[in-house]
Write a protein that binds this ligand. Structure first.
Ligand code: KG4
Ligand code: ZN
Length: 366
């Protein structure tokens, strides 16, 4: 990353997202007053490609990104009515994520930057999620964010552009991963989260006693892998009738909601200790679609005196508008990257925090 001259809005930015199994392109205009207007966004999901394997296959994902990215960029630019020359810059997710996919989007952005002479911004995917609540409505810094998806589960204090403090995270699986694994164990298929939620509606959430790991510990660490083992045991312990399956789903969903709402209450306390005035609690990521969870988190926010915000679903899950927004904010601050910038499988948002997990040779996972 290098410091370039600050750019004055309005800024028009093309954003690309390819870090997991969604290929996405968006064109966004950042106004002088800070409003972000999404001029066009297109996304292609790969659910069908991966269905057969019960999970995302990195090589298949990378190939699908290659096949789709050019068409999506063309569609987004045409729909936005924006010419290459109108762009202030081009932004792409440069990590963390599945490296083959990240390379596809980043290389496409480099190609466009090289051909048009526009600046390139290599965006941390987590920064995209952290800023995503500002896409739909004005939201002032600082705010507390729970990012809860298939790949991430963490609390972030979002204090300004480039200023994120990771307050706590899962020490093993992400919550969405636990939903997906539960669905797989019970033979429900993909996508796991919505299918588990649908089954849960027919079950008794008190029927099966499942653990809530780490809740007795101070701090904000969370763990979901023990829950998965307990679900497997519950599935094997008795004949898996339709009712038992629904009971397991309901009990599992309640355990996740208990863990996340207890931790959110604690996170709001910690945030309120440091920040005065109007306080906002935002939840983003695919798991934020879960109605039981949303209702519980909203209740916790009300009790703690926080405003509660959940961005529209299309900006909660992986999307390119959030990458374009992060890119535009960075351009405005003069933060650009050279064409030699690399894709990163791992890239913690908050380099100052100790890695919460996966802190081996390659660095923290997220
Ligand atoms: O944000 P996202 O689209 O992708 C990333 O992981 O970055 O999140 C996908 C995750 C999946 O694990 C999916 O099972 C979960 O979000 N999910 C849900 C629901 N809808 C999606 N989990 C629980 N309940 C839902 N309704
Ligand atoms: Zn994501």
């Amino acid at each position: 990353m290098t410091q370039a001259p600050l750019l004055t809005p309005p800024l028009i930015v093309l954003g690309l997202e390819t870090s997991c199994d969604e290929t996405a392109a968006a064109v966004l205009r950042l106004e002088a007053d800070g409003r972000a207007i999404v001029l066009a966004e297109h996304i292609a999901s790969q659910t069908d490609e991966h269905q057969l394997y019960g999970g995302v296959v990195p090589e298949i994902a990378a190939r699908a990104h290659v096949e789709r990215i050019d068409g999506l960029v063309r569609l987004a630019m045409t729909e936005a009515g924006v010419a290459w020359d109108d762009l202030s810059g081009v932004a792409a997710t440069a990590g963390p994520g599945l490296i083959g996919g990240v390379m596809v989007g980043l290389s496409a952005a480099k190609g466009i930057a090289l051909a048009t002479g526009k600046p390139l911004v290599a965006v941390n995917h987590l920064e995209g999620h952290a800023l995503s609540p500002r896409l739909g409505a004005p939201l002032a810094f600082p705010y507390l964010l729970l990012l809860v998806s298939g790949g991430h589960c963490q609390f972030l204090s979002v204090e300004g552009l480039g200023r994120y403090r990771r307050m706590g995270s899962t020490i093993d699986d992400a919550a969405g991963e636990a939903f997906d694994k539960t669905a797989k164990l019970l033979g429900l298929g993909v996508p796991g989260g919505p299918l588990v939620e649908r089954e849960a509606a027919k079950g008794d959430a008190e029927a099966i006693d499942l653990p809530r790991p780490l809740l007795e510990r101070p701090g904000l660490d969370m763990s979901f892998s023990g829950l998965k083992t307990a679900v497997r045991r519950a599935a094997e312990d008795a004949p898996l009738t339709a009712q038992r399956r629904a009971d397991i789903c309901a009990s599992f969903q309640l355990a996740v909601a208990d863990i996340l709402s207890a931790r959110s209450a604690r996170a709001m306390e910690m945030f309120a200790d440091v920040h005065d005035g109007k306080r906002s609690f935002v939840v983003a990521g695919g798991v934020a679609a879960n109605k039981t969870l949303r209702a519980r988190l909203e209740g916790e926010a009300r009790r703690a005196g926080f405003d509660f915000l959940a961005p529209p679903m299309r900006w909660c899950t992986d999307n390119a508008a959030m990458i374009a927004l992060a890119g535009a904010e960075r351009l405005r601050a003069g933060l650009v990257d050279g064409l030699d910038v690399g894709a990163r499988a791992r890239w913690p948002l908050d380099d100052a925090s100790a890695p919460a997990y996966g802190g081996g040779k390659k660095g923290a996972k997220a």
